[in-house]
Design a protein around this ligand. Structure first.
Ligand code: FES
Length: 149
């Protein structure tokens, strides 16, 4: 087990109700929850692996496969869709060579489509990691993604 995983798990050992914070911390560190991580967390929380997996898979924030270093989210909520969100998504798919939900082979980018960021006045919206880019155009979206290469 990698030292860092052992350290995080040990920090919470025996603490009740610590499952979500452990999952969050492990994901923050490694970018996703590997089988090994689930198994270690289960042992230290005295739960079965399937219980830990069951809890984690309930929350959309957790990932079970390795993710890209940067997460690119294209909004396709109503306002963004109407103002061309789909075209932006198509352009980014082409530029990165992945489908939505996918990760590039070099693990640089993961691409997702989401339904409304709550910034509809800025539609169409593109979010890379925590950076929000409003009033996107197809041309600008390509440029914006490439800034993260
Ligand atoms: S629909 Fe895209 S931010 Fe609301």
């Amino acid at each position: 087990m990698p030292d860092e995983l052992a350290k995080i798990v040990a920090e919470y050992k025996g603490e009740k109700g610590a499952l979500i914070p452990i999952l969050q911390k492990v994901q923050e560190k490694f970018g996703y929850l590997s089988e090994e991580a689930i198994s270690e967390i289960a042992k230290s929380s005295r739960m079965s692996e399937s219980e830990v997996f069951g809890v984690a898979s309930f929350y959309a924030q957790f990932y079970f496969t390795r993710r890209g270093q940067h997460t690119v989210k294209v909004c396709l909520g109503t306002a963004c869709h109407v103002r061309g969100g789909e075209k932006i998504l198509d352009e980014i798919k082409r530029e990165l060579g992945v489908e939505s939900g996918g990760t590039t082979e070099d693990y640089k980018f993961s691409l997702e489509r989401v339904a409304c960021f709550g910034s509809c006045a800025l539609a169409p919206v593109l979010v890379i990691n925590k950076d929000v880019y409003g009033r996107m155009t197809v041309a600008k979206s390509k440029e914006t993604v490439n800034k993260y290469r």
